[in-house]
Structure formats: structure tokens, C-alpha cells
Design a protein around this ligand. Structure first.
Ligand code: ADP
Ligand code: MG
Length: 176
């Protein structure tokens, strides 16, 4: 028997079009706790549109999305609190350093300072990111911006991490 408790994300018959482009056409899939799930497809296949629908950033034409038991159209804020999102575009906060960005995120998400410090030490070491901690994000390479985005997305211990083009700019030895 199906255990619905373990389904974190349920996408059912999802469709979305823009003017004359059918970006997502009757898409269904489920993701369960503990799974790593990849949406593969060529440019323009509708991957980013699907992610934006899940996050409540776009409205579907048809279909149903249930994420952590919530509906993106009703619970956008709670979903953002419980999901980590690494967008396809590099970071927008280019005039900050990674350190400033992480402090900013910790403050808007009201995270425990000591826990954040501990996690940051671990993540920065894991991603060999410590050396540019105090440099402006605008001066970092694409891959290093991506690492900063990933850390920013997991700082609040999200229940689901959604990454759009997760490997963008990362070199092979970061892929472990
Ligand atoms: N805001 C938008 N307005 C018009 N067309 C869009 C918009 N966003 C995406 N599209 C179109 O929808 C299709 C799917 O795009 P997208 O979801 O970005 O694909 P992917 O992420 O798989 O490369 C493409 O044809 C794209 O041009
Ligand atoms: Mg995309």
C-alpha cells in the first residue's frame, strides 16, 4: 500500500503554457523522502517552469501540486520556509560578500547564530569556499557563485532542496 506520508512532492497532470508555447504538458511525478530526483531534458523542455510552479512563483493552467502537504497557490510563504531553492540564474546580491549574504539570510530566516556559525564552517570547508568569504560576490567565478548559492539555500535545513541546473559552473571535483 502507498504510504502518502513519505511523498514530499506530488505533481499530478501539470500543464502550463505561455502565449503559444506549451512549456509543461500534462506532467506527473512523485518524490519521496530520501530520494534524489532529476528532471532531465533539453533547453526549453520546461524544467525551470516546473520548478517555479512548485515554488508558487507561477500559476499552473491545470493539474495539482502538493509539496510537504501544502499547495503552492495557498501556502507560498510556508513552502519557501521549508524548501531550499538554488535558482538557474547566479545570485542577485552581487554587492554583498558571501559572509554578508549568509548573515542577511540568517537574520531574515531568524536562524540560531551559533548553529549557523557551525554549519557555515562545515559547508565552507566542504566546498573549499573559505578563501572568498569576504570578497564581493560580483567578483567570484560562476562556479564559486554557485557554491555560495547552494550554501545560502541549505542554511535553514530545508526539508526539500530544489536545484535548477545544479552543476552550472562547478568543476568536476565538486561533484562528489
Ligand atoms: N516567462 C515566460 N514567457 C514566455 N515563455 C516562457 C517563459 N518562461 C519560459 N518560457 C518558455 O517555456 C518553455 C520552457 O522553458 P523553461 O521552463 O525555462 O525550460 P528549461 O528550464 O527546461 O530549459 C521555453 O519554450 C521557454 O521559452
Ligand atoms: Mg531551465
Amino acid at each position: 500500500m502507498e504510504n502518502n506520508e513519505s511523498v514530499l512532492l506530488d505533481v499530478e497532470s501539470l500543464s502550463k503554457s505561455f502565449e503559444n508555447v506549451q512549456a509543461v504538458d500534462n506532467l506527473s511525478f512523485q518524490i519521496r523522502k530520501g530520494e534524489i530526483y532529476g528532471l532531465l531534458g533539453p533547453n526549453g523542455a520546461g524544467k525551470t517552469t516546473t520548478i517555479k510552479l512548485i515554488l508558487g512563483l507561477l500559476e499552473a493552467d491545470a493539474g495539482n501540486i502538493t509539496v510537504l502537504g501544502l499547495k503552492p497557490e495557498n501556502d507560498e510563504v510556508e513552502i519557501k520556509n521549508r524548501i531550499g531553492y538554488v535558482s538557474e540564474e547566479p545570485l542577485i546580491y552581487k554587492s554583498l560578500t558571501p559572509k554578508e549574504l549568509f548573515n542577511f539570510i540568517a537574520s531574515i530566516r531568524k536562524l540560531d547564530g551559533a548553529k549557523v556559525t557551525k554549519k557555515l564552517a562545515e559547508y565552507l570547508e566542504g566546498l573549499s569556499a573559505i578563501e572568498y568569504y569576504d570578497r564581493l560576490i560580483s567578483t567570484l567565478s560562476r562556479g564559486n557563485k554557485q557554491k555560495v548559492q547552494i550554501i545560502a539555500a541549505i542554511l535553514h535545513d530545508p526539508e526539500i532542496l530544489i536545484m535548477d541546473e545544479p552543476l552550472a559552473g562547478l568543476d568536476a571535483n565538486q561533484l562528489k
